[in-house]
Design a protein around this ligand. Structure first.
Ligand code: ARG
Length: 475
């Protein structure tokens, strides 16, 4: 059991704020409230923020040039120590901010103690997270591009490959595999759009809000914002230190990406199952079973589906964290970091492995796709449309074709295998040219408009998507 008797404060313990306390914080409370184990991940953002703050203070005459140069020298050394893994993190110093500040003071003396002038850990942490998240978003956007490129490449190769399209997981109409792949490219293109949009609201600077009300020093927030590459400053100090809506918004965008990856994964699992056999997933993305020698399991897509749950959970966690907090800063907000970090880590790892799988680990089996499309009377709608073109109202055509399908089912054959005279019993409008529309190729080729499944359209969509991707890379 932790001791309850008053202890002598350790020389380090919370000395930055313990002046008014009559006893040191208990060991248990110290550990419970500390965040350094996880927020040390923000160290470089914290140093960048401190440098900009110090430069701004010198710019407005609150710090001397000598103090600024000491601070810059000290922070450069600390950055180097952290990069080399030589920095000693101490839980006694609670968080990333106090660890760095304490070390700075040890290195450069009083200048280190002046750094926190006109600043609070409240605006400091909000600034750190935004800087860190901005970088993370840029990395994720690059990863999304790689994934989209993989889809576009594969779609180009499979613009003519016919597979059954499904609704209700029942064979519906023939589509091209390239068209199906481009559906995912469209989803991930929107996801990238969402991330870029969220980034604009992440990229606003809380620094200068201080604890909650601003500061009496003659600070120049716009100056610091320019140094840090922020698009703007947060316009209200109370809001700046308290809201984490930018993290929630990011988390929602991340959730949608995982949701799309999860749907893709579900299809990869189905398609690679021997019952479908539409694709093969390269062995290096699969594992075997320790008991069933014949097994090859699609672990990667299964795990993607599974990991989607934790990202959704983090979104719920962040919303719940925020929803009951009065203005302004509350310690609750310390709990925003782990879900945010795990969301970024999970998404980054997932995007990386899925881009590799789609680009290099996926082999289509066109014969199996074709056989499945033939089995499901997938061209029944085409036959109905054929009759409509010959003057039959669509509802009557639907009825005639339904009866033809039933007949084919009884004979256990495909629609195109029914002899012409049998087909004609369902409608005298049916002529010899009907067999052109009953083929899978005829069916997909006829859907030749923007967004349709015709090979020609798939090629156009892939070209347009590639051009859009290049434009995005350029700006
Ligand atoms: N560790 C804190 C957080 O993550 C930093 C801000 C602490 N501010 C304070 N007044 N205790 O939110």
């Amino acid at each position: 059991m932790p001791s309850t008797k008053p202890q002598t404060p350790s020389p380090q313990t919370a000395e930055v704020w313990s002046g008014r306390f009559s006893e040191p914080v208990s060991e248990q409370v110290k550990i419970y409230t500390a965040s350094v184990d996880f927020d040390q991940r923000l160290a470089f953002a914290d140093i960048d923020g401190s440098l900009a703050h110090a430069k701004m203070l010198a710019h407005v005459g609150v710090l001397t040039a000598a103090d600024l140069s000491d601070i810059e020298r000290g922070l450069a050394q600390i950055r180097d120590e952290i990069a080399r893994g030589a920095f000693v993190w101490s839980v006694d110093l609670e968080d990333v901010h106090l660890n760095i500040e304490k070390r700075l003071t040890a290195l450069v003396g009083d200048a280190g103690k002046r750094l926190h002038t006109g600043r609070s850990r409240n605006d400091q942490i909000a600034t750190d997270i935004r800087l860190w998240l901005r970088d993370a978003i840029d990395h994720l956007l690059n990863q999304l591009q790689a994934l989209r490129e993989a889809f576009i490449d594969q779609a180009g190769k499979h613009a003519d490959t016919v597979m059954p399209g499904f609704t209700h997981l029942q064979v519906a109409q023939p589509v091209t595999f390239g068209h199906h792949l481009m559906a995912y490219e469209a989803m991930f293109a929107r996801d990238a759009e969402r991330l870029r949009d969220a980034r604009r609201r992440v990229n606003r600077m809380p620094l200068g809000a201080a604890a909650l009300a601003g500061t009496g020093y003659p600070i120049d927030r716009e100056y610091a914002a320019r140094l840090l590459g922020f698009e703007a400053v947060c316009p209200n100090s109370l809001d700046a230190v308290s809201d984490r809506d930018f993290a929630i918004e990011f988390s929602a965008a991340a959730t949608l990406i995982m949701m799309h990856l999860s749907r893709l994964s579900e299809e990869l699992v189905l398609w690679s199952s021997p019952r479908f056999g539409f694709i093969q997933i390269a062995d290096r993305f699969c594992t075997g079973s320790s008991i069933m020698p014949q097994k090859k399991n699609p672990d990667v897509p299964e795990l993607v589906r599974g990991k989607t749950g934790r990202v959704v959970g983090h979104l719920m966690g962040l919303i719940t964290l925020m929803k009951s907090q009065p203005l302004a800063y509350n310690k609750d907000n310390q709990e925003d970091k782990e879900p945010l970090f795990d969301t970024v880590d999970t998404l980054a790892a997932t995007l990386s492995i899925m881009a590799d799988l789609i680009a290099n680990g996926l082999t289509a089996v066109p014969e199996r796709m074709r056989a499945a499309a033939l089995e499901g009377y997938a061209t029944a709608t085409d036959l109905a449309d054929y009759l409509v073109r010959r003057g039959l109202p669509f509802r009557d055509a639907h009825e005639a074709v339904a009866r033809a399908v039933r007949e084919a089912e009884t004979r256990n054959v495909t629609l195109e295998a029914l002899p012409l005279d049998v087909l004609q019993t369902f409608s005298p409008l049916i002529q010899k040219d009907v067999f052109e529309v009953l083929t899978l190729e005829g069916s997909v080729a006829s859907r030749n408009h923007i967004g349709g499944t015709a090979p020609e359209q798939v090629r156009k969509a892939a070209t347009a998507a590639r051009a859009r991707l290049e434009r995005e890379k350029a700006d």
